[in-house]
Design a protein around this ligand. Sequence first.
Ligand SMILES: Cc1cc2nc3c(=O)[nH]c(=O)nc-3n(C[C@H](O)[C@H](O)[C@H](O)COP(=O)(O)O)c2cc1C
Length: 457
Amino acid sequence: MKKQIHLNGFVQHSPSPHSTGLWSYKQHEGHRHNRLAYWEEIARILEQGKFDALFFADVIGTYSVYQNSYEPAVTNAVQIPAHDPLLVISALAASTQHIGFAVTVSTTYSQPYFLARQLSTLDHLTEGRVGWNIVTSYLESEAVNLGLERRLPKHVRYDRADEFLEVVYKLWEHSWEDDAVVLDRKNRVFADPSKVHLINHHGSYFDVPGPHLVEPSPQRTPVLFQAGASPRGQRFAAKHAEAVFIKSHSLESLKNYVQNIRNLVEEQGRDPHSVLIFPLILPIVGSTEEEAHRKYEELKNHVSYEGTLALLSGHTGIDFSKFDPDQYIEDMETEAVQGNLNLYTKDPTRKWTLREAVMNHGLGNGTVKFVGTPEQIADQIEQWAVEGDVDGFNIAHAHSPGTFQEFVEYVVPELQQRGIYRTEYEAVTLRENMFGKGRRFLQEDHPAKQIQVATNS
Ligand SMILES: Cc1cc2nc3c(=O)[nH]c(=O)nc-3n(C[C@H](O)[C@H](O)[C@H](O)COP(=O)(O)O)c2cc1C
């Protein structure tokens, strides 16, 4: 059997989150992001295309590093407005049957007891179709609005995230036994308290006695996604993630990343191929190669240069208003998103000037663009999947829902015809659709399963 690939749709609850300025493009309907009907339409399109999940990125602050001001971001709708992604999910579950919903929530600004309850509730309401993108957050503007004087140093954010995960694992996996709910009407016992345990967590960041507030949900732990790119971020992903995201614009840099992640996963005592890897791609489809390239040029003309400077400055934590647009950007480290900086400063294939980086970053958040006919795009997908040793792709959009519509209408049938992509969903839960029928829960070699809990009973 040929290698099978998986697909996710990459979105954010904002008008044109990953293609800056494209809200002004005539076919883009991102201004309708505040309407449920907009999300229902996207979810239905992706479900028709048999995607594993609709993946919601999220930030909870403004992009105000550039010129030390939030105004360029507001003018150009650079991930502002930024509405809450969790709140649309149960409604979308009601209008779909199979597609999963992966949502980004920060371990730096949430509480594990609270988030464990939210995600367990959603896992019940979606009947096991929820995933969590674990982020530690990178914007200073998030910190100052959420109770901190400054953004925490990256290593502290990851230390907190590690402990955060220990707490939620205890709540999800070790608090309620499978048969705790007995629903015994005759003896008037709803649940057996001897099967609902305290978790007694006492650590450096959290003290959570428990028990968990929610009875066991279909997947218990939601599917865990992560996208750390710094050395610490990659070690964190290798320890916790079941799926990782990567932004890359060359097959060569992708290969380096994938090799490294698989080695790190193995060092954690986990099967290196038990973690699925999804590069982000922006497909631009045409009925001919020329038409696709014409479309690409047209889309580029709608990118906002100033807006993208604000986006890139926020992503990297570097105020690029102080740079000459024609200078090369190289050799920089950041406390923000190292992966975004690496795209331009550590590209093994070429050097980037700031202007070139901005023009690239404005479409699909700087990720690789697959431009061409459905056959050419399917060729590239197959090549990256096989040579890059990845398990699937996160599909970004330039305009929405148009990019998704075109991809599902023209590229998905091509992938199906090649026998590398499903024609039907295999199962009900997100984890099973991603990993195979029968895999409803975390693998036994996952650290959540190894935890010992000092329970009450
Ligand atoms: C494809 C992709 C999607 C991401 N989505 C988000 C997001 O929605 N919210 C967020 O705060 N960080 C997001 N990140 C950032 C990372 O998860 C991580 O927090 C960040 O890269 C900082 O850590 P690092 O320097 O270890 O990579 C994303 C990264 C990638 C590559």
